[in-house]
Structure formats: structure tokens, C-alpha cells
Design a protein around this ligand. Structure first.
Ligand code: AHG
Ligand code: MN
Ligand code: MN
Length: 353
């Protein structure tokens, strides 16, 4: 009996992360596979961190190490474990020339000709670790600028978000997801980890941010420290007005990856604006704001500091901070109308014209 192999019909069912990355590589003329293997390494490190996060309560990885990091924040064991895991795997993979991490004051500069620089927040949402709320990892990948015959340099990391080659995040939540993009041309794709076989499978193909949402996500505990425009913006969202579908719902997890992912998938707006305590904003440009801004713009959303497009900000310091407002185009535009108008608030402010 004649048997003939018929290629499976093109389907997105069961597309693994590896197969997806390889397909994207096929679509990139001149690809050498270096970038592809760097993404594989990040996915491997993520699986190792996921295994630790899943058993955090049992494997004595909760709690503090007693150290304080460059941000002046008490370091949790999972922060250290995640940082060490990503650095070890990426170094061994020899595709990176420089690694900038939230947990390290100075970047790791590597010899060996790696072509990429990686900026990362190895464990985002640390304050939520010991209450079992979603946490994550955020990363951005730049092509190096320095000559490959020498070790990487800090300048390989101090590039604006417009130079990002790729960006993504992990959420260690009810399920573990990896979301990444190599730019607007390729879109934003989400992969869910099947814990039974330790493989990420495509679960959210070509994520697009809705034009407008119905929730706002901001820490209102900072209200007393905000400027008038920010306060007016939040008051506006809370007013009752059928025509403009207000009030918006309030959602705030306190882990950027969780608040950003919900906003990416459902629309609306996330904001960590500047305030009197954090005049430059709290979130870090290189490994929180830029990767998220890259993802949101690739999914049709927007990302601003209130004054300028996040991706245009020229970095001058590894750990510099920025206000971060990301979300649906219409909702970010509303924030900007308040931020650019500024000034004292009229009693019952309608939206600025
Ligand atoms: P990290 O744990 O990496 O330091 O990040 C925490 C950040 C971010 O995840 C979150 O959006 C923000 O801190 C929450 O800050 P507040 O607790 O001040 O709202
Ligand atoms: Mn963070
Ligand atoms: Mn962190």
C-alpha cells in the first residue's frame, strides 16, 4: 500500500516557542541563528526560574537575603536566584556581550564576540513574592554597537528603545506565559508553558491592544504626591458619564508585568506617573519601561512618559527612571491631554478640548 507523508495543514495548534522563533528567523533575511539561540536561552532560564517560583513556599526561597540592591531595595531570595539563573544561562550561551540587570549596579561585560546586549529585570514585582501574587521577568535585547573583537561596553546597553531588536516578559502567574515581539512587522505573541512537558506553546497569536479600554491601573496611594494634572486625570476617569463610558474600573496588582499584561490583552491604561517622592518616576527605563513600550507599540498601543514617547528617550544611566504610561491609544491620548494642559483644576473638569 502506497503511503505518502502529507505535511500537516498549516495550523497554530501546538506551535512551540522554538518552532515560532525559527519561523521568525526564516522571515529575517541574513539571520545567522545567534539571535534565535539567545531567545532560546532566555526561555530556558525562564523555565528554571518558573520551577523555583512554583515551589517558592516549599523550597525556602521566600524571604530576604539580608542584602540591599543598587536601588536601595531589600533583596528577596527569588530576586537573587532569578538574577543568577538568567546571567548564568545567557553567559554560557555566548551570544551576549553585555548584560544589564536591575540587581547589579554595573553591567556584566563579556568577551567572546557576542552580538547582543541584554537589559533585564530578572524578577519584577518582588513585593508580591511572599503573598503568591503574579510576578515576572522583563527583558530587552539590543544589537551591540561596539567592535565584536573586544568585550561589550556600557554603551551597548545605553541605547534608546527605538534600537531594541526584541523585547518580552514572563509572567509567573496562574499559568506561566512568555510574551515577546521582534517589532511591529512581526507582531506580539504569547506562549503558555505546559508544565507537564516543560515547553512553551503559542496561546495568544498576534496580540493587539484594543483602541480603548475600560480600566485604569495606577497606585492611588500616591495621590497626595501627584501634580494637579495627574490628579485631574484620575478624577476624570472616575466621573459618571454614559456617553464616554465612565467611570473606568480600577485594577492595580503592583507587579508591572501583571498590570501591563492585563492592559495589553484587555485595553485601558497603566500609569506610574512622576510624583513628589519619585520626580523621575519609579520604573526603570532600560529594563522595565523600554521593553513594555516596545511590546505595546508593536501591538498597536502607545507608551509615553507624559512628555515624550518612551522609546525616544536617550538613556544616560543604566538604572535611570522614567514615568511610564502605557495602554490603548485613546486612553494614553486622554492622559496626554491632561498632562500637556497641566495647570490648576477647574471645579468639575470636563475633558480638555
Ligand atoms: P521590582 O519588583 O522589579 O522592583 O518592580 C516593582 C515595580 C513594578 O513591578 C510595579 O509596577 C511597581 O514597582 C509597583 O510600585 P508601587 O508598589 O509603588 O505601586
Ligand atoms: Mn520591576
Ligand atoms: Mn525586579
Amino acid at each position: 500500500m502506497q503511503t505518502s507523508w502529507r505535511a500537516a495543514p498549516p495550523s497554530t495548534v501546538g506551535i512551540s516557542l522554538e518552532a515560532h522563533i525559527s519561523q521568525q528567523m526564516e522571515m529575517s533575511p541574513g539571520a545567522t541563528g545567534h539571535f534565535t539561540s539567545l531567545l532560546y536561552q532566555i526561555a530556558l532560564a525562564a523555565k528554571l526560574v518558573d520551577a523555583q517560583v512554583r515551589q517558592a513556599g516549599l523550597a525556602d526561597v521566600l524571604g530576604y537575603t539580608g542584602d540591599v540592591n543598587v536601588q536601595g531595595e531589600r533583596v528577596q531570595k527569588l530576586d537573587t536566584m532569578a538574577n543568577d539563573t538568567f546571567i548564568t544561562v545567557i553567559q554560557r550561551g555566548q551570544r551576549a556581550c553585555a548584560i544589564g540587570s536591575e540587581e547589579l549596579e554595573d553591567p556584566i561585560l563579556l568577551p567572546g564576540g557576542g552580538r547582543y546586549a541584554v537589559a533585564m529585570d530578572p524578577l519584577d514585582g518582588s513585593s508580591n513574592i511572599d503573598c503568591n501574587i503574579s510576578i515576572g521577568t522583563i527583558f530587552g535585547i539590543y544589537r551591540r554597537k561596539s567592535d565584536p573583537s573586544v568585550p561589550g561596553t556600557l554603551d551597548d546597553l545605553l541605547q534608546p528603545g527605538t534600537s531594541l531588536r526584541a523585547a518580552g516578559y514572563l509572567i509567573y502567574g496562574s499559568s506561566t506565559m512568555l510574551v515577546y515581539s521582534t517589532g511591529p512587522k512581526f507582531g506580539v505573541h504569547g506562549f503558555t508553558l505546559d508544565p507537564n512537558i516543560g515547553e512553551f506553546f503559542l496561546s495568544h497569536e498576534n496580540i493587539k491592544v484594543p483602541q480603548r479600554g475600560s480600566t485604569y491601573s495606577v497606585n492611588e496611594g500616591n495621590t497626595a504626591r501627584w501634580d494637579e494634572a495627574t490628579r485631574a486625570w484620575v478624577e476624570y476617569l472616575k466621573q459618571e458619564d454614559k456617553e464616554t463610558k465612565r467611570p473606568y474600573g480600577a485594577r492595580y496588582v503592583g507587579s508591572l508585568v501583571a498590570d501591563a499584561h492585563r492592559t495589553l490583552v484587555k485595553g485601558g491604561i497603566f500609569a506610574y506617573p512622576a510624583d513628589r517622592k519619585s520626580p523621575q518616576g519609579k520604573l526603570r527605563l532600560l529594563y522595565e519601561a523600554n521593553p513594555m513600550a516596545f511590546i505595546f507599540e508593536a501591538a498597536g498601543g502607545r507608551a509615553t512618559s507624559g512628555k515624550e514617547r518612551i522609546l525616544d528617550i536617550a538613556p544616560h544611566q543604566l538604572h535611570q527612571r522614567t514615568p511610564l504610561i502605557i495602554g490603548s491609544p485613546d486612553d494614553v491620548a486622554t492622559f496626554e491631554r491632561f498632562a500637556q494642559e497641566g495647570g490648576p483644576v477647574a471645579e468639575t473638569r470636563a475633558e480638555p478640548a
